[in-house]
Ligand binder design. Structure first.
Ligand SMILES: [Zn+2]
Length: 225
């Protein structure tokens, strides 16, 4: 194609499902306030529909600034491990369907023993993880012991790409080839039949088509139809 994209065939560089789900887990992790470890989790059903997302954070009502994020402190009550909800727990509690039996959970770090308990009890049947860096620790060994006993499969995700970049500037909002934005609300102050349009390009197009019609300019552009 001499470097130009073939616009008649489907793209070939689209994200595969697994990359997509793991990337969403990583994106969710960016919401975490934990200064040391940011983990996200994404639960997916058999139809590749996302049914739950979570990241590690303080419980509702326990303000991020009021509870300690320290891993070790002289004051034993100032330890984040006493308070933080792990990503897997939050993803399960955030589920948007009746149950998640048979689902798969994508998570950056191998689940700890506490999360393994919740994963098993929720009916999740597979764990796809990125890192197993705590494999030598008791809580990971215990986690695997329970997952094995409960016949929950787990496997490491090996990415095909090192990076997935989200670049908001990729979309050129001024590009006239895009469909015009859908009008979002009625302008109550305008006369009946007027409509408020938030897309300047569309307003210009309307104006060119109907020069005899009235044009009002406020925060948005209103055009009498
Ligand atoms: Zn955990």
């Amino acid at each position: 194609m001499n470097g130009s994209r073939d616009m008649t065939s489907k793209r070939t560089d689209y994200l595969e499902w697994q990359e997509y789900f793991m990337a969403i887990a990583f994106l969710a992790a960016k919401r975490s306030k934990d200064p040391c470890t940011q983990v996200g989790a994404c639960i997916v059903n058999d139809d590749n529909v996302i049914v739950g997302i979570g990241y590690n954070g303080m419980p509702k009502g326990c303000h991020d600034d009021a509870f300690s994020w320290a891993k070790k402190s002289d004051d034993k009550l100032e330890n984040k491990h006493l308070y933080v909800c792990h990503a897997e727990l939050n993803a399960i509690l955030n589920k948007n369907c009746a149950d998640i039996k048979g689902c798969t959970i994508y998570v950056a770090l191998f689940p700890c023993n506490e999360c393994a308990k919740v994963i098993i009890q929720s009916g999740i049947k597979e764990v796809v993880y990125m890192s197993d860096k705590h494999a030598h620790k008791c809580n990971t060994i215990a986690s695997k012991k329970m997952l094995d006993a409960a016949d929950v499969k787990y496997r490491q995700f090996i990415p095909k790409k090192n990076k997935i970049v989200i670049d908001f500037s990729e979309i050129d909002w001024n590009n006239m080839s895009q469909l015009p934005e859908t009008p979002v609300k009625r302008n109550k102050s305008a006369e009946e039949g007027d409509i408020t349009i938030t897309n300047g390009c569309e307003a210009v197009q309307h104006l060119q088509k109907t020069p005899e019609k009235r044009l009002k300019v406020k925060d948005n552009i209103s055009i009498g139809l």
